[in-house]
Design a binder for this molecule. Structure first.
Ligand code: BG6
Length: 481
């Protein structure tokens, strides 16, 4: 029987993401009828009390009367156990419950899967993984450990964490989540690149002028700044989510779609990027909004009033290989900005000897969220007697084209991959190590020099210096994006 154990079951990640994703999979019949989910955490709670905490998030997936019944059945397969993370007694109680489950083969492909999901802060990763290995691990089953960032705060601490986990779980039992790799449009990048002849042919430094990878959020920390202030925007999203998107855009075609082939190619890209330094990035921190309706970062009660933690960062990276040498990859991310979006914008070079002096560059945009889309900016003749070219869009918006089709949430997609044993969208140890290699010198310089980030108003485009840099690089050709 499929057994899933969610450690940190009463916490935010489990409530918002893990349980709802499991229910969404059950509702769509991606889980077998027979399975058990054990929640484990320190809080003394009954299953009913846990259900009450989960309900607001589960309800989003329970729309019809039929869904309500399914939700009841799903919760009937969930059991909560409270126990400490560092002493074995709770794990032993959990083991007894798991061992009391029926063991007969139902013939389902997940019959032998034991998924241990660590929805926990990294400070307890190692002790929980140690207890899992000594008490719960059973080599008659396929044991899989799902962990989630932050994987350390620099190369050294990340390596220490990897070294602590390595003797406990084999690399092929470890599933490190970067949830951006589970997003539909990020998964789509490989399909777009490697199954369309016309993209394949122009995907190189001769035809691509630059690549921009953008992550913008409209909210600031809004009273939940404890974690963020310790980590900052570079560790929170740039070193992982944005860099992962870069690797998928830049990687060579893998020999096959096998996880090791895919991740080998991603690692090669990372190895071609040299470490970043302070003068190559623009940092920002938001202040109150111009109309006074939103407080600034330093006014937030969870943030120390002298914090220099960046809430905005823009960095330019180069992949020094034959395909990409000289092409800037601009990663731009921030909180409390003017819009909510994540996208990849590939700007092509000018047409050599173009007949139309006003022609703008072509762009391919992969909009990750919201409103998933792929669109091309093309030059067409302005309709009428004129021969002036104008910029127009070839627009594939998913909501219009695939009406009614379910676009899975990142966590649904990733948990299903973990059940299936497909690791291609999970981060391998050497990817992680290389990501930290690129960002650690920069982070050290920022912290040692007490770098003061540029200010920008809540709800704006970010620090003026970032737009100036984009203009200098010639990226703002279609106006402000
Ligand atoms: C998380 C970051 O990894 O990603 C958050 O810690 C950020 O700060 C979030 O808000 C964004 O994820 P999504 O899926 O909402 O774009």
């Amino acid at each position: 029987m499929l057994v899933v154990v969610v450690f940190g079951a009463s916490g935010d990640l489990a409530r918002r993401k893990t349980y709802p994703a499991l229910f969404a999979l059950y509702r769509r019949k991606y889980l077998p009828e027979d399975f058990r989910i054990f929640g484990y955490a320190r809080s003394e709670l009954t299953q009913e009390e846990l259900n009450a905490k989960l309900m607001p998030f589960l309800k989003k997936h329970a729309i019809t009367q039929g869904d309500q019944e399914l939700l009841g059945r799903f919760l009937g397969r969930c059991e909560y156990i409270s126990g400490s993370y560092n002493s074995p007694s709770g794990y032993v109680a959990l083991k007894e419950k798991i061992e009391a489950l029926p063991t007969e083969d139902t013939g389902h492909e997940y019959d032998h899967v034991r998924l241990f999901y660590l929805a926990l802060p990294p400070s307890v990763f190692t002790e929980v993984a140690t207890q899992i290995k000594s008490v719960l691990y059973n080599d008659r089953y396929q044991n899989r450990l799902i962990v989630e960032k932050p994987f350390g705060r620099d190369l050294e601490s990340s390596n220490a964490l990897s070294q602590a986990l390595a003797p406990l779980f084999q690399e092929d039992e470890l599933y490190r989540i970067d949830h951006y790799l589970g997003k539909e449009m990020v998964k789509n990048i490989m399909t777009i690149r490697f199954s369309n002849l016309f993209f394949n042919a122009v995907w190189n430094r001769d035809c691509i002028a630059n690549v921009q990878i953008v992550f913008k959020e409209t909210l600031g920390v809004e009273g939940r700044g404890g974690y963020f202030d310790e980590f900052g925007i570079i560790r929170d999203v740039m070193q992982n989510h944005l860099l992962q998107m870069l690797t998928v855009v830049a990687m060579e075609r893998p020999a096959t779609l096998d996880a090791e082939d895919v991740r080998n190619e991603k690692v090669k890209v990372l190895r071609c990027i040299r470490p970043l330094h302070r003068d190559e990035v623009i940092l920002g921190q938001y202040r109150g909004s111009a109309d006074g309706s939103h407080a600034g970062y330093l006014d937030d009660e969870t943030i120390p009033s002298n914090s220099n933690t960046p809430t905005f960062a823009m960095a330019t990276l180069f992949v020094e290989n034959e395909r990409w040498s000289g092409v800037p990859f601009v990663l731009r991310c921030g909180k409390a900005l003017n819009e909510q979006k994540a996208e990849i914008r590939i700007q092509f070079t000018n047409v050599p000897g173009c007949l139309f002096p006003n022609a703008a560059r072509n762009e391919l945009v992969i909009r990750v969220q919201p409103n998933e889309a792929v669109y091309m900016k093309l030059m067409v003749k302005r309709p009428g007697f004129d021969s002036q070219p104008i910029v127009s869009d070839l627009d594939l918006s998913y909501a219009d084209r695939y009406v009614g089709l379910h676009i899975p949430e990142a966590y649904e997609a990733l948990i299903l991959d973990a059940l299936r044993g497909d690791r291609s969208n999970f981060v391998r140890a050497d990817e992680l190590q290389n990501a930290w290699r690129i960002f650690t010198p920069l982070l050290k310089e920022i912290e040692e020099r007490h770098s003061i980030p540029a200010e920008y108003p809540y709800g704006s485009r970010g620090p003026a210096a970032a737009d100036e840099r984009l203009k200098e690089l010639g990226f703002l050709r279609h106006g402000l994006e």
